[in-house]
Design a protein around this ligand. Structure first.
Ligand code: NAI
Length: 428
């Protein structure tokens, strides 16, 4: 394949409207207030320049929190190109501010169609990155399928979400992964907070913005009781909904039951539901066979990574007509005997109809992204072409910084406790 490809000076950007930048800047600064860990990392990166001479292609939801991550990477010396990891999650004012106020290349337009979405991924990849950063593994997939010449330059990458990690582990198992990746999602300071509290709150936020419905007294079906599902079920219960959980994993189902939720298969839950929210990372959770049993007026939404958890083609097929209600974030399907509503086109509802996770949890997720990218830049030569967990010291450092930022102190092991925990001779 020869040496690294000659650098192409193609780097520009593609965003909706540069004039939105002032509003974007205000919102980016507002989010930064809630991101004290990332602020500290940004300050350190400015001094240490860990990414000097490195190019990064990041495919993430283009939100205020991501803007602060991009600023952090740039502060560390990286040349950054950012594209969207979902066509509906892009905040156009944020994209404008990144370009106008921070000089970062952005390829993202809210509502992009599939062609433009992939054009944007390719636009970011034109930077010929040394490092990739994904939320759903789309740049990794494009690199490994259509743009393998870029493998000459790439030294490693990071992945943000469960679905991306599942895809990448499969690639590694089949020997198809051509460079090392750190699974940021696996960090405890990521999934315990981002997936649970972040998705929990922002999914409910998206549902409320899409419908303005009261949740109290409603039957709220949560499909999947993983980290995201747990958070969503907990928050829906907090608002007074009757929560029903569907699962395929007996342990998770048992956990949901002991957490106080009704557990049953979707075929049984669907006819009861006022809301059905899918958070499984799997496909076809609400299918054509469930449609005849749905109640009139049911709200269907998805907060899993891809828009394939609700079978939209089956909805289209079964309906006599459809129309947008409530400004394009809620679509009504006329099924003859009833009307069924799909929120946010079946895409991540918290990003399609709300603003995504609160900055306070993204602070930790993106601190992991920043520190894992630094780790990759330093250690890539020692790493295999596989998926790595986040180094424990990074996870612990982020938790300690977050606690410190809140003024919370914790106990320290005494020497006696330390010795006790490392011994096996002590008994009753
Ligand atoms: P997880 O692996 O912890 O949980 C998924 C759960 O779904 C598992 O318990 C699994 O047994 C269950 N499941 C699988 N197939 C099912 C089926 N047919 N019916 C019912 N349950 C089923 O994953 P996690 O972290 O909760 O993520 C779930 C999805 O949400 C992923 O696609 C992830 O990428 C995405 N995600 C979305 C976020 C957002 O902002 N909306 C944030 C973080 C993750």
């Amino acid at each position: 394949m020869g040496g690294p490809p000659a650098r192409m000076p193609t780097l520009t950007c593609d965003i909706a409207d540069r004039s939105l930048h002032a509003k974007g800047l205000d919102r980016i600064e507002w989010a930064l207030r809630e991101m004290p860990v990332l602020q500290q990392i940004m300050a350190r990166f400015e001094k240490e320049q860990p990414f000097r001479g490195l190019r990064m292609a990041a495919c993430l939801h283009v939100t205020t929190e991501t803007a602060n991550l991009a600023r952090t990477l740039k502060a560390g010396g990286a040349e950054v190109a950012l594209c969207a990891s979902n066509p509906l999650s892009t905040q156009d004012d944020v994209a404008a501010s990144l370009v106008e106020d921070f000089g970062i290349s952005v390829f993202a337009v809210h509502g992009a169609d599939r062609d433009l979405y992939y054009k944007h991924i390719n636009g970011a990849l034109d930077i010929e990155p040394h490092l990739t950063m994904d939320d759903g593994a789309d740049t990794v997939t494009v690199v490994h399928t259509e743009r393998r010449n870029l493998l000459d330059t790439i030294i490693g990458g990071t992945e943000e979400t469960t679905t991306g990690v599942v895809r990448l582990r499969q690639m590694a198992a089949e020997g198809a992964l051509a460079y090392p990746i750190i699974a940021v999602n696996d960090a405890e300071t990521k999934h315990l907070f981002d997936n649970r509290y972040g998705t929990g709150q922002s999914t409910i936020d998206g549902l409320i913005r899409a419908t303005n419905y009261l949740l109290a007294g409603k039957t709220f079906v949560v499909a999947g009781y993983g980290w995201c599902g747990k958070g969503c079920a907990m928050r829906a219960k907090g608002l007074g909904a009757h929560v029903v959980v569907t699962e395929v994993n007996p342990v998770k189902a048992l956990e949901a039951m002991m957490d106080g939720f009704a557990v049953m298969p979707m075929a049984q839950a669907a006819p009861l539901a006022d809301f059905i929210v899918t958070l499984t990372g799997n496909l076809g959770i609400v299918r054509g066979e469930h449609l005849p049993d749905l109640k009139d007026g049911v709200i269907l939404a998805n907060s899993g990574h891809f828009d394939n958890e609700i079978d939209i083609a089956a909805l289209d097929k079964a309906s006599k007509g459809k129309r947008e209600v409530r400004g394009g974030i809620l679509r009504e399907y006329d099924l003859g005997d009833k009307r069924v509503y799909l929120a946010g086109e079946g895409r991540l509802i918290n990003l399609a109809a709300a603003e995504g996770h609160p900055a306070a949890v993204m602070d930790m997720s993106f601190a992991n992204q920043a520190l894992c990218s630094q780790y990759m830049a330093q250690h890539h030569k020692d790493l295999e072409r596989t998926v790595y967990s986040v180094p424990l010291e990074i996870d612990q450092e982020i938790a300690a910084l977050k606690l410190a930022s809140m003024g919370i102190k914790v106990d320290v092991l005494t020497p006696e406790q330390e010795a006790y925990l490392h011994s096996w001779q002590h008994g009753t």
